[in-house]
Design a protein around this ligand. Structure first.
Ligand SMILES: Cc1cc2nc3c(=O)[nH]c(=O)nc-3n(C[C@H](O)[C@H](O)[C@H](O)COP(=O)(O)OP(=O)(O)OC[C@H]3O[C@@H](n4cnc5c(N)ncnc54)[C@H](O)[C@@H]3O)c2cc1C
Length: 405
């Protein structure tokens, strides 16, 4: 009997775990291989599920502009955020809509609560510049006028008493939610295991065996795993895995620094985005304050300057935070792509290989639909969302294929 897996998933962040879960759910034989890497993005995330805010350039988007100003210029081919294409919004809205049922299914299968919370995202307008930025988003929001709401300072004060009164108002995005990102990845992994997947932890993938234009095995520090197909879900390290099969993947690490307060009583009912930072209070009471967007390669440190700027931004938005204790500070490496869209699906001329990488600042949000879509590709089923715009081939000249055996 052939006991080799149908698919080996490389990378045990939220994306690899989501792919493993959905593939195991389809009855496929799955092996997930992960080497815990300092800086993995999933462990750093804030868990915002902000399809609307992210698609119009908020979330950590506005902070990106500040980072750009501080850095001078970005590398060739990299641009700052603006509105993302409609296909991103459609993908993200669809993925976010999967969370309520998914949370239930993961609880039933793996016994873990992912702390999914229906909420909204509020963009605080401090000055006329912020008003000018927000007004067109309100008037011509690609998500439709009924999902946005303009709050006067008085309405904002009633809705969020802890927020500063030094504001011109706020723009609310209904349909932007949140989740506990670590729980989500853990729940995908645990559920995948319950459905029969094999999870190989603390093991580095060192090579891909390619024979006659097809990946036939994944090589690890402890031996080779023959397989029908490999999924590259290695986050910011996806280029390393791609190169093992002669594929160039334009993913780069983009550092995000972030901090969390001690557990607090209920301070915020919505998530907040400002031109300085974003804030999200999680179910256990911690307020997460993020985040920088920095082009510093694989450097995973935390800098006093960034912590000071984020903390000042948080206190400006919610003055009460001035006297609370910071409990932890950390950073992670987002898998960034030149156009901010993920890279999904097959690579021309190379069989037995799929990409599931490049989720940049929305991998938590987009994990459910990515997992479903990639599992459909593995099974050869019709994808339930058109994937053409996410193929690697949209970057011309990105592929250099060569058999390594
Ligand atoms: C500060 C910060 C805040 C964020 N906030 C949000 C948010 O609010 N909402 C949202 O949707 N997204 C957010 N993101 C983005 C999100 O975290 C990422 O898009 C997502 O986690 C990417 O997941 P991944 O599985 O692709 O990568 P990762 O989580 O980095 O996982 C990749 C895995 O592959 C493993 N690996 C690499 N090489 C190998 C190898 N050779 N062999 C074996 N294993 C290997 C790594 O060790 C790692 O475990 C945030 C990111 C950061 C940094």
């Amino acid at each position: 009997m052939n006991r080799s897996p149908d698919v080996v998933v490389v990378g045990g962040g939220v994306i690899g775990c989501a792919v493993a879960y959905y593939a195991a759910k389809r009855g496929l034989r799955v092996t997930l291989v992960d080497r815990p890497q300092r800086g993995r993005a999933t462990s750093a995330s804030a868990g915002g599920l902000w399809p609307l805010g992210e698609s119009v350039g908020l979330g950590c988007g506005v902070i990106f502009y500040k980072a750009m100003a501080g850095l001078g210029s970005l590398p060739d081919g990299v641009h700052g955020p603006g509105q993302l294409p409609k296909v991103f919004l459609d993908f993200a809205v669809r993925s976010n809509a999967m969370f309520p049922d998914l949370a239930e299914a993961l609880r039933e299968t793996g016994g873990l609560d992912v702390e999914f919370e229906r909420t909204s995202l509020l963009f605080l307008m401090y000055d006329e510049g912020d008003v000018a930025f927000a007004k067109p988003l309100w008037e011509h929001c690609p998500c439709g006028r009924d999902l946005t709401e303009w709050l006067t300072p008085e309405e904002l004060a009633r809705a969020e008493p802890a927020v500063t009164r030094e504001v011109r108002g706020a723009l609310r995005f209904h349909g932007d939610d949140q989740v506990n990102p670590y729980r989500l990845a853990e729940a995908f992994r645990t559920s995948a295991r319950s459905l029969g997947a094999t999870v190989v932890t603390h093991t580095e993938v060192t090579g891909l065996r390619v024979e006659s234009g097809r990946v036939t095995a994944v090589e690890t520090a402890t031996g080779a795993i023959p397989c029908g197909l490999v999924v590259n879900a290695a986050g910011a390290w996806a280029p390393e895995i791609g190169r093992m099969a002669g594929v160039e993947i334009p993913v780069r690490p983009v550092r995000g620094q972030i901090l969390g307060t001690e557990a607090l009583p209920d301070v915020l009912s919505a998530c907040l985005s400002t031109t300085d930072c974003y804030l999200a209070q999680k179910q256990h009471g911690e307020v997460i304050i993020g985040s920088t967007t920095e082009e510093v390669g694989y450097e995973t440190g935390v800098t006093p300057a960034a912590m000071k700027a984020l903390a000042a931004g948080a206190v400006r938005a919610v003055p009460f935070l001035k006297d609370v204790r910071v409990k932890r500070v950390w950073s992670g490496l987002r898998p960034g792509t030149p156009d901010e869209l993920p890279i999904l699906g097959p690579v021309e001329g190379l069989d037995g290989y799929l990409n599931a990488c490049g989720h940049f600042r929305t991998g938590i949000l987009n994990a459910p639909l990515t997992g479903l879509l990639v599992s459909e590709m593995i099974a050869g089923a019709t994808p339930s969302f058109p994937a053409e715009l996410f193929l690697l081939s949209r970057f011309s000249g990105a592929i250099r294929r060569a058999d390594n055996r």
